[in-house]
Design a protein around this ligand. Structure first.
Ligand code: UTP
Length: 299
């Protein structure tokens, strides 16, 4: 009989970073609340978690906490107003947000790094495997990226990281893995066994062109690994460093996911995501395309 693999029921959303690349917009508001067309980035991530079968959400907040909490809370005044004006579709959209999830919040008082942010969720996660979603990585995929990772987790019961090929000149912006392909039914060439991880290497030190993107399935032993990880790059406690320590004790896998990822925490990536998501919207796409064409950008 096979070993029982614990189901992943919870997803942690670190949202306490300073978002310096998007100042001044992020001075008083977390970047996770920046809207892509008409939805904040974090809502795309939460919808991806739900579509992947995960309904318990933990959000690690810093400044701007109220904006995130209010977004996922019931807004009686707004619902009342929309009801009295007979705006049924908007009312349904607003209600769906608060009905969507069971959400718990924990505060990271100081932005001491992604590893530190994940550790703040330790008590709320408990002794269970869990997902981590960095919602400024927006992923448009036929099968939700988290679901692709879960399919691999459900085989090995081990941590699984989302990987993406990145050109050499951009590699030093990412955590990078050394990895070898792992045969996997139906996903040949997409699944890897990871042998090493390096946070933001210079191009000559990068062990491969496979970068870690903001989706992870982790096991609860990662918390002890983070606790014993000293501050690294930028004096922050890096999740990549903790995973490197954990690798000495257990195998870690990676999935080169199918889909298109946008770095919406970066201005150019955010603009690209905005254009592509707007073009796909049935209610906006046609008019938006016509306007883009009127700019005569191609000649
Ligand atoms: P980033 O590396 O994008 O950093 O964090 P940042 O501070 O948010 O943004 P920039 O680079 O200054 O523009 C990746 C993810 O980890 C979270 C962020 O909120 C983001 O979702 N994070 C990072 C924390 O929650 N706490 C931290 O201390 C650092």
């Amino acid at each position: 009989m096979g070993v029982m693999i614990a189901p992943v029921r919870k997803a942690v959303f670190p949202a306490a970073g300073l978002g310096t690349r998007f100042l001044p917009a992020t001075k008083a508001m977390p970047k996770e609340m920046l809207p892509l067309v008409d939805k904040p980035l974090i809502q795309y991530g939460i919808e991806e978690a739900i579509a992947s079968g995960i309904h318990h959400i933990v959000i690690v907040t810093g400044r701007g906490k109220t904006a995130i909490e209010d977004h996922f809370d019931v807004s009686f005044e707004l619902e009342h107003l929309l009801e009295s004006r007979n705006k049924r579709e908007l009312l349904a959209a607003v209600r769906a947000i608060s009905d969507m999830i069971d959400v718990a919040y924990v505060r990271q008082k100081e932005a001491l790094g992604l590893g530190h942010a994940v550790l703040r969720a330790k008590d709320l996660v408990g002794q269970e495997p869990f997902a981590v979603v960095l919602s400024d990585d927006v992923i448009d995929a036929p099968v939700p990226c988290l679901r692709q990772l879960l399919d691999v987790y459900e085989t090995y019961g081990a941590p699984v990281l989302a990987l993406m090929e990145v050109p050499a000149e951009q590699i030093s912006a990412y955590g990078v893995v050394a990895a070898e392909p792992q045969p996997h039914a139906g996903m040949d060439g997409l699944v890897f066994r990871i042998h090493d991880l390096v946070e933001k290497p210079s191009p000559q030190d990068a062990p491969s062109n496979l970068a870690i993107i903001g989706r992870y399935i982790l096991t609860p032993d990662v918390f002890a690994a983070i606790e014993s990880t000293p501050p690294g790059r930028n004096n922050e406690i890096q999740l990549t460093d903790a995973l490197r320590n954990l690798l000495r004790e257990r195998p870690i896998y990676g999935v080169r996911f199918t889909g298109k990822r946008f770095d919406a925490g970066d201005k150019l990536g955010f603009l690209q995501a905005t254009v592509e998501f707007a073009l796909k919207r049935p209610d906006l796409g046609g008019a938006f395309r016509a306007w883009l064409e009127s700019l005569r950008l191609c000649w």
